[in-house]
Write a protein that binds this ligand. Sequence first.
Ligand SMILES: [Mn+2]
Length: 112
Amino acid sequence: MKTEMEHHKAQLSKIASCIEKGKRFLITTHVHPDGDCIASILLFSIILDAQQKQYVMVIDDLVPKKFDFLPKVEQIQTFEQFRGNNASDVVVVLDASSFDRLGRVNGLWSSH
Ligand SMILES: [Mn+2]
């Protein structure tokens, strides 16, 4: 039987392989965005930049003005800006405990 640590390692290597194989990523997070979710998606985008991957960041809400100072925050799209434009092969959901928390972004990929 796998130990908890082995289980986590196996999960992490699955995630690493998805990132490695993925070409176009959709990165998203919960509605009513706060500092931790915005920082999470921006950091993930920086990781993808280092891998020279294509991605879009989408949130079903406007990013509050108080986060304007964060690097790359202007690249985050609202649902309206993004709609109909999904060509991603990997979806990355950060800082959300359920798909419901994604608002209208939830299900953008369900037909794929
Ligand atoms: Mn949060």
